[in-house]
Design a protein around this ligand. Structure first.
Ligand code: SF4
Length: 188
């Protein structure tokens, strides 16, 4: 493991610890609101997002329930702890479906966000308000999709695995995306 990978791993471990602290103290996320706001929304000014913060707080408990029920078959944990953060899918792993007609845009689709009733999705503008935040880049959103189970779970009509990567695991340090840019969960 390189020094950089160790840094990414340490940041994820600290994030998990912070999430446990917030969940199990119930009020932990509120008394550290600037940090919570920064991690999920990329903005320390928590007072701008109080309503969203409340929905996110409720969502965290629902999300924990999904994990306990193993509803998503564990793909959330398919991401290695030391994996490079990403803001776009890795084109060496996935490609656009031949049936997809909106190019790199998600068109009017919000299926993946709707599936988990993500509170960060701006329903009116169909945009992710947490785009490029720490959570977005370090976990599954920014790099979505990275394993086949993810595509199946969300019913994503846009992406398919490259034939050579079917059934593969997420690479710790994958090749850079061939077409960098924003192509993930946010919808335009
Ligand atoms: S990434 Fe999400 S919003 Fe975009 S096409 Fe797939 S399911 Fe729909």
């Amino acid at each position: 493991m390189t020094l950089q990978q160790a840094r990414w791993a340490a940041q994820r471990v600290l994030f998990y610890a912070y999430m446990f602290f917030s969940l199990f103290t119930v009020i932990g996320g509120w008394i550290t609101a600037p940090l919570m706001s920064y991690l999920f929304l990329g903005d320390w000014r928590f007072w701008r997002h109080l309503r969203l913060g409340f929905r996110l707080w409720l969502h965290m408990f629902g999300f924990l329930g999904r994990l306990i029920r193993w509803e998503n078959h564990g793909f959330m944990f398919s991401l290695p702890i030391a994996a490079q953060p990403f803001s776009a899918p890795n084109r060496s792993i996935v490609q656009l479906s031949s049936n997809w007609e909106s190019g790199s845009s998600c068109g009017g689709c919000s299926r993946c966000c709707d599936k988990i009733a993500c509170p960060i999705l701006d329903q009116e503008r169909k945009l992710c308000t947490g785009y490029n935040s720490f959570f977005w880049r370090y976990f599954n959103c920014g790099r979505f999709p990275s394993v086949e189970r993810e595509i199946d779970y969300y019913g994503c009509p846009k992406w398919v695995m490259r034939p050579s990567r079917l059934g593969s695991r997420v690479a710790v340090h994958p090749e850079p995306a061939a077409d960098p840019g924003y192509e993930g969960l946010s919808i335009d």
